[in-house]
Design a protein around this ligand. Structure first.
Ligand code: KG4
Ligand code: ZN
Length: 338
């Protein structure tokens, strides 16, 4: 089976062709970062319009790169939610329309299921069951995964997502959007132990997260410290360590609770090197294993949508002709595939 995947939930237009025997045949990505940078964050209406501009040329390119035509495609997978409704509708309209005109089945994919399954695009594939730490710009969650569509959300953020906390704190430091990777770069120049940020909600039981207090703590620290590059780097480092520590503490707790030995990390923040190495060390000491996608598949992309969509198309989960976007969509309401 060969599936074309379409991702348009936020500020990246991602298209990919995935074949179940040959693997990933092509993937194209257009990032709108420059478009939104002047505004310090994603402007939803501008995002929708830019997806409209880019989606068809990128689909043509992805097909050409995969050396195939519409006749070689067996199904179309598009991100149905969660995300920005206008942006989602662009992918849903195009995906649905292509499916209709090509006479192929279409499936609407849950964006976070796409992230969760992104490590399956790599050679070293995790077996079920595993614990998934999903950390993106819009969501932070810990999920017990027993199979595709067999998800139990064990904990999630009660306020800002981890990526959102990175982006907001970066903005306070005068770093451009999207601030997460820029803050991480600055933190690499920081000295350890200059500041001690709290580890929110780790002093009580439970697996939920709260990151908005860290941003306030950062704002207060920035206000009372000198405004020079090294100080900002030291603050960035302390902030990053607090986020990473908090996520690691909650992962350890969830692994203990579930008894699982495998940990998957995915979503934009899983590109963070300090997070990766901290969780790798932790899993080594627990004699378990950690899995994550390559850097470019941590953030939004079409490949993860093609892969997740293929699993659902194989299970006969086909959408009707309606064009549907679902801006809010709890992950644990998805049906299993077997
Ligand atoms: O998964 P993603 O591309 O989009 C959403 O589904 O939200 O995640 C984007 C988020 C942004 O908040 C971005 O700042 C963050 O991931 N991010 C990082 C890093 N790379 C991306 N945060 C920290 N360190 C990084 N290296
Ligand atoms: Zn995402």
């Amino acid at each position: 089976m060969r599936v074309i995947g379409i991702e348009t939930s936020c500020d990246e237009t991602g298209i990919a062709v995935y074949d179940d025997k040959l693997g990933l045949l092509s993937h194209t990505l257009y990032s709108q970062v420059k478009l939104h940078a002047d505004y310090g964050g994603v402007v939803p209406e501008l995002a929708s319009r830019d997806h409209v501009r880019k989606i068809v040329p990128l689909i043509r390119q992805a097909l050409a790169d995969a050396n195939c035509s519409q006749d070689d495609i067996d199904g179309i997978a598009y991100t149905k939610g969660p995300g920005l409704v206008g942006a989602l509708l662009v992918g849903a309209c195009v995906g649905r329309a292509l499916a209709f005109s090509w006479g192929k089945p279409a499936v609407g994919v849950h964006h976070m299921e796409g992230h969760l399954l992104a490590p399956m695009l790599e050679d070293d594939v995790p077996e079920f069951p595993f614990l998934a730490l999903l950390v993106s710009g819009g969501h932070s969650m810990l999920v017990a995964v027993e199979g595709i569509g067999r998800y139990e959300v064990l904990g999630e953020s009660v306020d800002d997502a981890a990526g959102e906390a990175f982006d907001k704190t970066a903005k306070l430091m005068g770093l451009d959007y999207p601030g997460g990777p820029r803050l991480a770069k600055l933190a690499a120049q920081g000295e350890p132990n200059c500041y001690r940020f709290p580890r929110p909600m780790t002093d009580r039981p439970g697996l939920d997260f709260s990151f908005s207090g860290l941003k306030t703590f950062a704002a207060n620290t920035i206000a009372k410290e000198p405004d020079d590059e090294q100080t900002r780097a030291n603050i960035a480092r302390a902030f990053e360590e607090a986020v990473v520590d908090t996520l690691a503490i909650k992962c350890k707790r969830a692994l203990k609770q579930t008894g699982y030995k495998r940990l998957v990390i995915a979503g934009g923040v899983s590109a963070n090197q300090r997070l990766r190495s901290s969780l790798a060390d932790m899993m080594q000491s627990l004699q378990g294993q950690v899995y994550y996608p390559r850097g470019e598949f941590c953030t939004d992309n079409g490949a993860m949508i093609a892969y997740a969509g293929m699993q659902r198309l194989k299970a006969g989960q086909i959408e009707d002709l309606a064009v549907k976007g679902q801006p809010r969509w709890p992950l644990d309401t998805l049906p299993p595939v077997d």
